[in-house]
Ligand binder design. Structure first.
Ligand SMILES: *[C@@H]1O[C@H](CO)[C@@H](O)[C@H](O)[C@H]1NC(C)=O
Ligand SMILES: *[C@@H]1O[C@H](CO)[C@@H](O)[C@H](O)[C@H]1NC(C)=O
Ligand SMILES: *[C@@H]1O[C@H](CO)[C@@H](O)[C@H](O)[C@H]1NC(C)=O
Length: 353
């Protein structure tokens, strides 16, 4: 994946497709461009921000990893929102959703945060495994002794600062318009990376005869990306509405503050922030990037977001009946065959009208 701008920002060299993350926050997938070398991709892709093009050309090995990281972010987004009206649908699909996430909503906030975190995670992991040139394990820790706690840094500590810095340089480079969305996007990118950084874990191992811990070595490891996804989903639920404050002389958006009467507070570093209310995602609407919920599976008895009432926005649902058939009560007979019964069950599924 490469990041493009101003029209587009991310291209994933991910078999068998390439994903472009457009600067509006949408993804454009081009099929079978995989055969092209990174150099050709870097040169041919329109709209790559100059800084991104330079990184693309000087670090073609990183481009693949960046693509994998963004893909991981998209997959996690779809997992976290699988029961929602908005299900991250436009991300990573083979169609162009030019309008997707044009609205500076909390959904847009989530996609920026998870993508930036995904890129940082993937780059850090690749460094630890020796898959990227110019990086490896965290050398600042290597060999040092932690006096206070009585253990030594050993093994391979994941160099998350390198991954985060790489994500910052590459993912943030597409924000070239000096508008409110830029501030919002940059804040959410940073929030995603900070959540990742805060979840770095310490793993230790004892050495000595029969488990005695005469010496202990420790190293930092990356959290599972699922954990980052859960945390960012919680941040999404508690997302903060902000407004831009413009510097008085040039009237340029300068910083964000919490939108509240008489509030002069800035959002916290790990808050997800949005500047516009979300559409309800009930109907298809190109202007907001909503694909609507028609045809979505829903659960007739669930009181939650996947319940048919909520999911279908009151339009009602269709019932589909089918019979599930499988082999059951299998017994082993001497010698040597297995005999099974056939079981069946009538099942219903519901889809939104
Ligand atoms: C590192 O490279 C190996 C071999 O190509 C691959 O199997 C592994 O998934 C890569 N790891 C990361 C984190 O990219
Ligand atoms: C999201 O919902 C759309 C329809 O609203 C559906 O076509 C798509 O398959 C869903 N995507 C995922 C990942 O569930
Ligand atoms: C539907 O929702 C109910 C209540 O939340 C739950 O017990 C049930 O397992 C769900 N059914 C399916 C098919 O997911």
């Amino acid at each position: 994946m490469l990041l493009l701008s101003p029209r587009s920002a991310l291209v994933s060299v991910y078999c068998p497709q390439i994903f472009l993350l457009l600067s509006s926050g949408s993804y454009l997938a081009l099929s079978s461009v995989v055969a092209l070398g990174a150099n050709i991709i870097c040169n041919k892709i329109p709209g790559l921000a100059p800084r991104q093009r330079a990184i693309c050309q000087s670090r073609p090995d990183a481009i693949i990893v960046i693509g994998e990281g963004a893909q991981m972010g998209i997959n996690e987004c779809q997992y976290q929102f699988r029961f929602g009206r908005w299900n991250c649908s436009a991300l990573g699909e083979k169609t162009v959703f030019g309008q997707e996430l044009r609205v500076g909503s909390r959904e847009a906030a989530f996609t920026y945060a998870i993508t930036a975190a995904g890129v940082a995670h993937a780059v850090t992991a690749a460094c630890s495994q020796g898959n990227l040139s110019n990086c490896g394990c965290d050398r600042e820790k290597q060999g040092y002794y932690n006096q206070a706690e009585g253990w030594k840094w050993g093994g391979c500590s994941a160099d998350v600062r390198y991954g985060i810095d790489f994500s910052r340089r590459f993912v943030d480079a597409r924000e070239i318009k000096k508008n409110a969305r830029r501030l919002m996007n940059l804040h959410n990118n940073e929030a995603g990376r900070k959540v990742l950084e805060d979840r770095m874990q310490l793993e230790c191992k004892c050495h000595g005869v029969s488990g005695s811990c005469t010496t202990k070595t420790c190293w930092t490891t990356l959290p599972k990306f699922r954990e980052v996804g859960h945390l960012l989903k919680e941040k999404y639920n508690a997302a903060v509405q902000v407004e831009v404050v413009r510097a008085s002389r040039l009237r340029q958006p300068t910083f964000l503050r919490i939108k509240q009467l008489r509030s002069y507070q800035k959002p916290m570093e790990t808050d997800l922030v949005y500047i516009e209310k979300s559409p309800n995602y009930c109907e298809e609407d190109a202007a907001t990037g909503s694909v609507g919920t028609q045809g979505r599976l829903c659960n007739r008895t669930s009181p939650g977001a996947d319940g048919c009432d909520t999911m279908c926005c009151g339009r009602g649902y269709n019932t589909h009946q089918y019979t599930k058939v499988w082999q059951c009560n299998c017994k082993f007979h001497w010698c040597c065959f297995v005999k099974c019964n056939t079981c069946s069950e009538r099942t219903e599924v519901f889809t939104c009208k």
